[in-house]
Write a protein that binds this ligand. Sequence first.
Ligand code: UDX
Length: 460
Amino acid sequence: MNVTVFGTGYVGLVQGAILSEVGHHVVCVDVDAHKVEQLKMGITPIYEPGLESIVKENHAAGRLDFTTDAVAAIKHGQVQFVAVGTPPDEDGSADLSYVLNVATTIAEHMERDQVIVNKSTVPVGSADKVRVVMEDVLKRRGRSDISFEVVSNPEFLKEGSAVVDCQKPDRIIIGTSCDATIEVMRELYAPFNRNHDKVIVMDVKSAELTKYAANCMLATKISFMNEMANLAELLGADIEAVRKGIGSDPRIGYHFIYPGVGYGGSCFPKDLQALIHTANSIDFDAKLLKAVEFRNKEQKTTLFQKINQHFNAQLKGKTFAIWGLSFKPNTDDMRDAPSRVLMEALWAAGAKVQAYDPEAMEEAQRIYGSREHLTLCGTKEAALKNSDALIIVTEWQNFRAPDFELIKAQLSEPTIFDGRNLYEPHRMEAKGFNYYSVGRANPTLSITSQAERHLVTASN
Ligand code: UDX
């Protein structure tokens, strides 16, 4: 099938590449000429395991091309994917202008019946807006004879495993009531729909809401666990034991219940806000979603609070080694990353940061440039040199078994603040570290007695 994809961000590029890999002929359009040139040379603008080789191979095989020429690209595709950004407006609502611009361009140049696939995460009702915009343009052109369908087909890929997620989707949501469109979409996705039928057909609004509901549900699980972790810390319980204890109930499950430093990334924070905004716009008070967002904002400050408390609010002139800047492992993405909240709080308190991340160094450089009090280090060991403590913000694989003796030798005092519970508290104690983690009592600092004090105060 001939497919056109508008937008070469995470969603568009990965989807386009994966569709070409199974034999479809895909043309990806982007307004950024430099990006298009790079992609033609097989250089991807994002770090995503496996993506670059798929792009290179399929481009060389002539199944995947990149262009800034929207008119030629529209002519190519019998299916037009819209995968451009929907950044948050100042009020948190999703900005649809890029999506509607693409819809206008398609309608201005299409010469045959088309299926328009909304792949971007767009608020409920967006497909209707796209349809209205396109109908207007076709009417103006005197081409109301050309028919089209707008289908919602949300993407559920995760950064860091985007290629595999796309190659082996859990579900393929097709939001449309048009039988002919369902057939086109089934044919397009047939190579990914083996073993059992993963296609779930529904009306377009339900498909649009499904994407938000999925992300908000996942964000809720994380905020819930973070709240439990904070409680466990005060009560002297161990959240890791609690996590296993509740995960063993199949109704709860082990996935996505890891406490930490709050969720970041390009999806959860943005989608939560957008759904809260949608709810507000129809006078619905989304109390639970607001609480999830609130807990997450607070959670991003918890590491700093522990550090500040440990150093008796005397952070001026101190130096901290930070391991992990990306919002999660296997990506260089620092959008809404907890590391940013932490570093900015440390700088505000007069501290210096020596940071290392396996992939996000360029991104950190782009965001913070040559900011005073930030040294970007080439290795995790270099970040430790002359630091007062180590702070772990992202759970990259190669942070899991470091050389603890070396860490101890480099730090001015053996203190680790671990935002991802990578190590066992009793082992860290045995090694002579002050070890702070998330939701687990710290033996060195007798948080239990703090909890006891808290309980006494509470019972009074
Ligand atoms: C998410 C959704 O998972 C994906 O389906 C959707 O298409 C886009 O948004 P992504 O943002 O790539 O994907 O990352 P994800 O792996 O979901 O992690 C999001 C955040 O939650 C990260 O900051 C991560 O550290 C945090 N997280 C995740 C936790 O704190 N605890 C967990 O148990 C899981």
